[in-house]
Design a protein around this ligand. Structure first.
Ligand code: CA
Length: 235
């Protein structure tokens, strides 16, 4: 049996805590809860959770300070859940090392998708150095030739631009796993590109036009709404 992932909820509002706890337990997670920043810091060091859901508005310490402090020694996935909806709040949290940012109110399926992504994401990060970016990736009629830097559909060159190739190459490298928008942007264009999803959307629309029979119903690259993209499993 798979070991349950442990999630630490850091949230001072009891009703939100209770709601989150019920949802997560129903979805087979172990849950621990902290209502203050000081307690959260203690629980992260002593309980080693797999993911932290972090509220920013806490009674004792600002959530952002906890983020910075925790990031000094661990890459543990931290998903911020906050009522602060301004772009600069999101940017600041992401700059301080949050893996993701959810604005209240949020849907439970969105939350669960983002938790799954945060968990998968650490996994892929840990694997990073062992995945060689050479050879061939094949799925159906799609072939990514890493040595030639080309993508073929039914043997025909799909004529991707350099940026389009970089995106599809990265997704192919982690086929079957969801890569978040920010992860892709950061990998390909550096940390300052985080949050600039427009560049991805435009490139993805072009990629799909070139490789998918019907871009509205993709067979190769799937969108996980609000989270990221996933390449179908290779052969
Ligand atoms: Ca709060």
């Amino acid at each position: 049996m798979a070991i349950k992932k442990k999630i630490l909820i850091v949230e001072d509002e009891r009703n939100i805590c209770n709601f989150l706890t019920a949802v997560l337990k129903a979805n087979n997670y172990d849950v621990i809860v902290s209502h203050t920043g000081a307690e959260a810091y203690h629980m992260i060091t002593s309980h080693c959770p797999d993911v932290v859901l972090l509220d920013l508005g806490l009674p004792d310490i600002d959530g952002l300070s906890i983020l910075s402090a925790v990031r000094e020694w661990t890459q543990l996935p931290i998903v911020v859940i906050s009522a602060r909806a301004q772009e600069r709040d999101k940017v600041e949290a992401l700059d301080r090392g949050a893996d993701d940012y959810i604005t209240k109110p949020f849907g439970t399926s969105e939350l669960l998708a983002r938790i799954r992504t945060a968990i998968r994401h650490t996994y892929t990060c840990a694997l990073d150095e062992n995945v060689a970016q050479t050879g061939i990736f094949k799925a159906g009629d799609l072939t990514i030739d890493y040595d030639k830097h080309r993508v073929f559909i039914k043997g025909e060159d799909a004529r991707l631009t350099q940026n389009e190739f970089k995106i599809i190459a990265l997704l192919g490298k982690y086929a079957g796993k969801v890569l978040t928008y920010d992860y892709i942007l950061k990998e390909l264009w550096g940390p300052s590109a985080r949050g600039n999803n427009q560049i991805l959307r435009v490139n993805m629309a072009n990629i799909r036009r070139k490789i998918e029979e019907n871009p509205a119903e993709p067979k190769y690259i799937f969108t996980e709404v609000g989270v990221g993209y996933r390449m179908t499993q290779g052969e």
